[in-house]
Every structure is written in C-alpha cells, then in structure tokens.
Design a binder for this molecule. Sequence first.
Ligand code: SF4
Ligand code: SF4
Length: 147
Amino acid sequence: MIKYFKDIITGAWSLIRGLLVTLRNLFSKAVTIQYPTQKLRMVDRYRGLVDLRTEKCIKCYMCVKICPTGCLSLAHKENAEKKKEFEHFKYNMELCCFCGMCDQVCPTQAIYMNKMYEIAVYGRDKITHIDLLNTGKYDEWAHPTVK
Ligand code: SF4
Ligand code: SF4
C-alpha cells in the first residue's frame, strides 16, 4: 500500500518537474532556426562547393595541377591580341574531396570554396559537369523557399 502511494507521488512529481521545464522554456529565446525559410551562415572555414571569380583567373593551371582527385578541367586559347581566353573550366563535384587545395594555391583568389551546404540536385550530370564559367551554375541548388 505504501509503495502504491509512493509511486503515485513520484509520478506526479516527475510530471510537475517536466511541466516546469516546459514552462521555463516557453518564453525563452529559441535556439533553433526555421529551416528552410531561415538559414544559418556557415563559419569562415567551412568548405562548400568550388566556385570561381572568372575575371580574376589568369589561367595558370595551378589549381588543376594541385587537385588530388583531378576534378577540375580547364582549357584556354589565345585570341588575336595574344590574350588568354577560356575554352572551358569544369568542376566534377562527384570526385571532389573538399580539401581546399585549389583555393589555397590560387595566386589571385579566383577559385574558392563557397558557403553552400544544400548540395543535392536531381540528376548526376549536374554534379559531374559543373560549368565554373556560368555565374548562375548553383542557382537551382539553393532551396526554392530561400531567397
Ligand atoms: S577542393 Fe580539393 S578535390 Fe576539390 S577541386 Fe579543390 S583541390 Fe580538387
Ligand atoms: S589557380 Fe586560380 S588563377 Fe590559376 S587557373 Fe586556377 S583559378 Fe585560375
């Protein structure tokens, strides 16, 4: 009989303690965000997708040479004024190990790792043949509800 009442009191006390915790947190500031309508900015050292500032690239091929997985493909030609022009600059994200070596070695900070973390798309082709020269290449990667 004593155990029966003891159990009831213990149960009631647990319930009250739980409700007190709920009540205490009811008016405190939220520690989570409403993803995907809200997004966190990634930390400075975060390595997202490889991206390019085309106007800064001097076509030195340092990034291509240092890439341990061979996922960068660059080609250029010389125009009539002997200036280097891109033929293509492709990135295969499927092979990328996100080491950041291309970013580190680039003498002009043309190539860099952006802060994107929504890196899922429909279709394998979209990750194996990313055109770094296309400024809108990652537009469809961001969640559509996020501006
Ligand atoms: S992050 Fe590493 S693996 Fe990816 S493209 Fe750059 S050098 Fe290559
Ligand atoms: S290392 Fe930089 S400047 Fe050289 S080819 Fe790569 S992106 Fe262009």
